[in-house]
Write a protein that binds this ligand. Structure first.
Ligand code: PEP
Ligand code: MG
Length: 324
């Protein structure tokens, strides 16, 4: 099987009729980029920047961050690199920030909530990203957006830093797309309103599932409720993709679900444009997608979305793909 996959390393990701979708990778550090390229990744769909901030005694400097971001961008060349701004808090702690203990860390002070309040931290990261933007095809994405105000505020801070850099005579790319993660159900529900203001969406199913099902993604006792194929999740995803397309934007997914064998045909059916997964899942996913007819899967869409349970969805997909 490995040999069969390797042959597809430099091939495009196309369905049986030749429709292209993008297969990108999730990374955490510049060292991960080799693995992306060796596995035929067409881009980086999620660069989790938390690692830059973790395991040290102070915040990373603008220069340190600039080095990491430019290294990744240069190595990826023309290929898109979606960098997610700091998603700290919740379960990911930073000793030097001295964050208060919370009753419900996953529902608390984290990610963009923290960055908008501690904009001193946020601005350093945005400056580093903006300066690095001239070295490749950068897209910036904000995590854990819940309201349109948050997106607007984050974007305004980004624009301010860009303006400042230009006034300082620094070069900044003029073509940086700015998007958001859809991982809070509130944003999936009114995706249409968000789609007018963002350049793209990336659906973060790891969190979207836990918030939609009210089931902690780490809690074994309730893991039976953590259902990627639950029709509620599929309908939310569909809503996001439809909203994006209605506004001429693209929609990707960077949660675990994007690389899942059962989920891939469903996501193709819903029209997902970009799938971002661990690098080692890319070639198996490409192999699978080449066997799937997008036309057929689009014709199954209404039936998939009207299923009642997760099991019914899975049975349907298995029947249609002969994945048994
Ligand atoms: C997600 O929530 O799906 C996601 C990709 O982000 P993380 O797993 O880092 O929360
Ligand atoms: Mg998340």
């Amino acid at each position: 099987k490995k040999k069969e996959w390797a042959k597809l390393k430099d091939e495009p990701t196309v369905t049986s009729e030749g429709d292209h979708v993008e297969l990108a990778a999730n990374i955490g550090t510049p060292q991960d980029v080799d693995g992306v390229l060796n596995n035929g990744g067409e881009g980086v769909g999620l660069y989790r920047t938390e690692f830059l901030y973790m395991g040290k005694s102070q915040l990373p400097t603008e220069e340190e961050q600039f080095d990491s971001y430019s290294t990744v961008l240069k190595q990826m060349g023309d290929k898109p690199v979606v960098v997610r701004t700091l998603d700290i808090g919740g379960d990911k702690e930073l000793d030097y920030l001295d964050l208060p203990d919370e009753m419900n860390p996953f529902l608390g002070y984290r990610a963009i909530r923290l960055c908008l309040e501690r904009d001193d931290i946020f601005r350093v990261q945005l400056r580093a990203l903006l300066r690095a933007s001239v070295h490749g095809n950068l897209k910036i994405m904000f995590p854990m957006i819940a309201t349109l105000e948050e997106f607007r505020q984050a974007k305004a801070i980004l624009d301010e830093e860009k303006e400042k850099l230009i006034n300082e005579g620094k070069e900044v790319s003029e073509t940086i797309e700015v998007g958001m993660m859809v991982e809070i159900p509130a944003t999936a529900v009114i995706a249409r309103q968000f789609a007018k203001e963002v350049d793209f969406f990336s659906i973060g199913t790891n969190d979207l599932i836990q918030y939609t099902m009210a089931a902690d993604r780490m809690n074994e006792r309730v893991s039976y409720l953590y259902q990627p194929y639950n029709p509620a999740i599929l309908n939310l995803i569909n809503n996001v993709i439809e909203a994006a397309h209605a506004e001429g934007k693209w929609a990707g997914m960077c949660g675990e679900m994007a690389g899942d064998e059962i989920a891939i045909p469903i996501l193709l059916s819903l029209g997902l444009d970009e799938f971002s997964m661990s690098a080692t899942s890319i070639l198996p996913a490409r192999t699978q997608i080449r066997t799937l007819s997008k036309e057929d899967w689009i014709s199954y869409k209404d039936e998939l979305l009207s299923k009642g349970t997760s099991d019914e969805v899975v049975d349907f997909v298995k029947e249609k793909t002969q994945l048994r």
